[in-house]
Design a protein around this ligand. Sequence first.
Ligand code: 1GP
Length: 257
Amino acid sequence: MTGKVWNYITDKLSTEGACHFSLLDPDPLSTTIEDVVEQAKLAEKAGSDAIMIGGSTIFGVIDDSVRKLSEAVDIPTILFPGNITGVSEHADAMFFMTLLNSTNPYWIIGAQALAAPKVKLTGIEAIPMAYLLVAPGKTASWVGDAKPFPRDKPKLPAMYAIAAELLGLKLVYLEAGSGAEGGGVPPQMIATVSQFIDIPVITGGGFNDAKSVVSAVEAGASIVVQGTYIEKQVQKDKGKGLEVIIKALKEAGAKRV
Ligand code: 1GP
């Protein structure tokens, strides 16, 4: 797989050791597209490496929002679809995700099959990714009928992550759920999963400060995603806090190169 965005990600990881992605959810029920565009610009200015667009309760992933976001930034925009409604041709790429620890085949392969023809026809770069939900899992876990992994059982997601690698998926996303309490996925879990696979680990859900982000990278995560922090903070301090977090992430990443 040699898509432009995938090459960008792998190049960044080999030179910088770790990446920061900003998750934005242009949901008109809770925000405006103008605010989300401003957040994207501030995230880019603070050093974030890509903008992910999506959410579990999809009201907002509509072509127009995706187009406006893609026009507003130079860093890649990557769709992070919560369902078949999350596909748009206006992003640079999409995570083509399978929620491997769902109890419902719809979220493992059903939605993917329904969305596949549109994805293929639009020609958007699809990056195959295993999506693994860790407790508490929050909205994503509820919507995705997941059996979230207990936080003290790292071998369970490790088995799924190895299976994901053997199936040819390119990334493993350890997700505690947007707004998760407890400082993200436990470093011990990230470390155990990373130890057994060669593909990059991406993690998100509850990483709200530099300390938790750095711990994730030191434990082996290649990419850390922040959503809630960006939504709540970047417009208030013009991205200064985010800049500090990303600088700390890059310093931790540099030690891995
Ligand atoms: C959710 O992992 C992302 O899918 C981001 O989570 O909103 O808690 O940063 P937060």
